[in-house]
Design a protein around this ligand. Structure first.
Ligand code: SF4
Length: 754
């Protein structure tokens, strides 16, 4: 489980020279984000400056982390890359596939039975390929990364959008799809558009009821769920230094809720304290030697508007506790305004549940401060009105807060302690009554509060707030309760006011744990067998995709002309399909079932040109595949937006679709298609979209001359025999054409040619 100090020292050893060179090339002082980016270039020493928001750049991340739902396909692909070991330190975390229902012991036992084959698979692949494996019950990926692996100035990628949490320890940590993770695990570079930069200057000091969570709730309110897109958010100022490292983690975690590429803070004493408390003094000693490179240049923070694309300033001394929601994390309401907002909007005022923990707010400080509110309520004889639950972020946190009596305090108000796992945060909450669809309110300290996210009930109004506010609202049972001004009635009918929360930033007696739940990989994994049952419906070994036969594609049928929005959810739905994320054949039965057919405006109903009958998209495509008939998909603008899940590219590839021709692509999906050996093409003339007809047969006329910058020519033969010739642009460079020729990027890696 030990962090890799040698790797970290290597990063620091080259950092000064690279950052100095970058400063010279850019010709001005640098932000922290730029320092980390320029010191992690794939080429090593910087040789040019990059334009933010424009240039695509190859990077060399230091680490990879995967969670159980996304790791399945990532590792299945990695197994196919022909490597004996991962190229960079990598960990796998079992946290998403565990339901919260009764309480930790029972729920974990159920998960270990229900998902046994998935956990066994992840464990054996990790063992074989040098990957650290965190067992079910060990905790949530991002809390474990913060406790064990994050380090100031580092760069990591993870197959989960809240990977960004590690910015609390001064990293650039970025959520990616499994295919990107496989590249880095296989020793290849990782591409990212050089991000824009948003600076957030924090002045003053948090006080009273206000917590780090309120900073990001306020930022989300200002920037909205799209405001951080394509940007890194860098926090600085006295207010940042006055805050705990774990509080910084909370702020960075929810950077995902504003769409930011990632968020980060400069190295400071709070990070030194946290690293020392988590047994990583070695990192402090190494980081202190390059400390000036682990934060932005002074001039940048003195005149931020000259160096950031956008600057926001927040005075922590004046910041009020916020309660964001319902249904979206960027709808911010200061606690003093909640009463009028809730009544005006008809939100259910009675709070049914309070939930704390998750990867967002599981620190010792969070738990201690929330417990201090519970302790007061118990001491004053106040009976809590709502139910209360905790999902500790890690076994280390759970063990330590149990040792220090914090869990015992929570239990005084009948709190349910769920498994150290995602549980209610990812809809894995078997909540009694949730299936009734009742309109109700819950408050939690997690990060997302979209409809149905916690309990599957679209009428659950979920509000996001700090753990201490969750405790106060759950005790009062009233969404409009303002603990700064209001009183509660105790068992004797007396009015009682709760004092502001208190709690240690770090445990006085240090962290402790008996069994953290870590499994180190075999030193030599060559003899480790990876067992995947051929009859499994959840896991399936991948076979290599076929290489291109070197000929023009001819006689292809139009599978679907998708109309309007077609996100990765339309192409490969989540929800109940989550359980098939490790089985390409089974999950392919959801291919494009959400896409709207432009010819009948219906989802999942397309014409089978071989029979003339209408059927579900996967069924029609399977019929084409069985008949050896190629096909293509046509789409609209921003095709494949949304998540970076590679299933959306692998499914059509697996079922025999040859090309996707659209007005425009979401960048990550376009890359995913290329990586899987598909043709990702755009109309040279968007109006040609209208020429595509339902019974078209398509011939590629010059695929044999496929070259960078040269459009391809496609002939669309209509049912009446007439033809349209259409030019299709593409963005393939030479090496990406190599992926297409080889059948996939992985095939090239496996052949040792990538
Ligand atoms: Fe994602 Fe929630 Fe799990 Fe965090 S706790 S990793 S946000 S599902």
């Amino acid at each position: 489980m030990a962090f890799d100090i040698e790797m970290i020292e290597k990063v620091y050893a080259t950092m000064a020279a690279r950052v100095d060179k970058a400063r010279e090339l850019v010709g001005r002082p640098l932000t922290l984000s730029e320092k980390i980016l320029y010191s992690h270039l794939w080429e090593g020493m910087p040789s040019q400056s990059f334009t933010r928001g424009k240039d695509y750049v190859d990077f060399a991340p230091d680490r990879v982390a995967c969670q159980d739902a996304t790791a399945q396909m990532a590792l299945l692909q990695f197994m196919h890359a022909g490597k004996s070991k991962v190229a960079v330190p990598t960990t796998v975390h079992c946290d998403h596939l565990i339901q919260a229902k009764v309480g930790a012991t029972t729920d974990l036992a159920v998960a270990n039975t229900q998902s046994k084959e998935v956990f066994d698979f992840l464990s054996s692949v990790s063992n074989k390929y040098g990957i650290g494996f965190w067992k079910p019950g060990s905790g949530i990926i991002h809390q474990i990364v913060l406790e064990n692996y994050a380090f100031p100035g580092g760069m990591m990628i993870g197959t989960d959008s809240h990977t960004v949490n590690a910015g609390g320890l001064g990293m650039l940590a970025i959520g990616v799809g499994g295919a990107d993770a496989v590249d880095v695990m296989s020793g290849m570079s990782w591409e990212l558009k050089f991000p824009k930069l948003i600076g957030v200057k924090l002045t003053g000091k948090l006080n009273g009821w206000t917590a780090p969570k309120d900073v990001i709730l306020k930022v989300a309110d200002i920037l909205t769920v799209k405001g951080g897109t394509g940007a890194i958010v860098e926090y600085f100022g006295e207010g940042a230094k006055n805050m705990s490292c774990t509080g910084k983690g909370t702020i960075c975690n929810m950077g995902a809720e504003i769409g930011a590429t990632t968020s980060t803070f400069g190295y400071d004493d709070s990070m030194r304290r946290y690293l020392a408390a988590t047994d990583r003094q070695d990192i402090v000693d190494a980081a202190d030697k390059v400390a000036s490179y682990l934060t932005g240049d002074d001039e940048v923070y003195a005149n931020p508007s000259q160096y950031f694309d956008q600057v926001i300033e927040i005075n922590l001394s004046e910041l009020e506790p916020h309660i964001n929601g319902p249904f979206t994390p960027d709808r911010g309401t200061p606690v003093s305004k909640m009463k009028e907002e809730a009544i005006a909007n008809g939100w259910p005022l009675k709070v049914e549940w309070g939930l704390i923990g998750s990867c967002t707010n599981s620190s010792y400080e969070d738990m201690a401060r929330a417990a201090s509110i519970v302790e007061q309520a118990v001491a004053h004889g106040i009976t809590p009105k709502a139910e209360f639950g905790i999902n500790p972020g890690s076994e280390q946190i759970r063990y330590t807060i149990e040792r220090d009596g914090i869990i015992a305090t929570f239990e005084k108000m009948g709190t349910k302690v769920f498994t150290n796992a995602c549980g209610p945060c990812i809809g894995q909450w078997d909540r009694t009554g949730a299936d009734k669809g009742e309109k109700n309110t819950i408050v939690h300290s997690f990060n997302r509060n979209f409809s149905k996210r916690a309990d599957g009930n679209p009428n659950t109004h979920a509000f996001v707030t700090s753990p201490e506010m969750v405790a106060a609202l759950a005790i009062s049972g009233d969404l409009t309760f303002n603990p700064l001004t209001d009183t509660l009635l105790n068992d004797k009918g007396e009015e009682v006011r709760l004092n502001p929360p208190t709690g240690d930033e770090l445990p006085k007696r240090g962290f402790d744990v008996e069994d953290a739940g870590f499994q180190a990989p075999a030193a030599d994994g060559s003899s480790v067998q990876v067992a995947v049952s051929p009859t499994s419906d959840r896991l399936q070994l991948l076979a290599p995709f076929e290489a291109w036969d070197g000929k023009n594609i001819s006689g292809a049928k139009l599978l679907i002309k998708a109309f309007g929005k077609c996100t990765t959810d339309h192409i490969s739905m989540a929800g109940p399909w989550l359980r098939f994320r490790g089985h390409l054949d089974n999950i392919s039965n959801n291919m494009l079932i959400g896409a709207v057919n432009a010819f009948n405006q219906e989802a999942n109903k397309v014409k089978n040109q071989l029979t003339g009958e209408y059927d579900a998209v996967p069924a029609v495509q399977r019929a084409y595949k069985a008949a050896g008939v190629p096909s293509i998909v046509v789409g609209d603008h921003n095709y494949g937006e949304g998540s970076s899940r590679e299933h959306a590219a692998m499914e059509p590839r697996f079922l025999g679709v040859k090309a996707v021709l659209v007005k425009s692509f979401a960048r990550i999906h376009e890359t995913n298609l290329k990586k899987q050996g598909m043709l990702a093409l755009t109309f040279a003339n968007e109006a040609d979209y209208d020429k595509i007809q339902e019974n078209d047969t398509i011939n590629f006329l010059d695929l044999t001359e496929f070259a960078p910058g040269k459009p391809l020519t496609l002939e669309f033969v209509h049912a009446d025999g007439s033809k349209d010739t259409i030019l299709a642009n593409h963005t393939y460079n030479d090496s990406q054409i190599g992926w297409f020729v080889a059948g996939s990027a992985l095939n090239l890696i496996a052949a040792g040619k990538a």
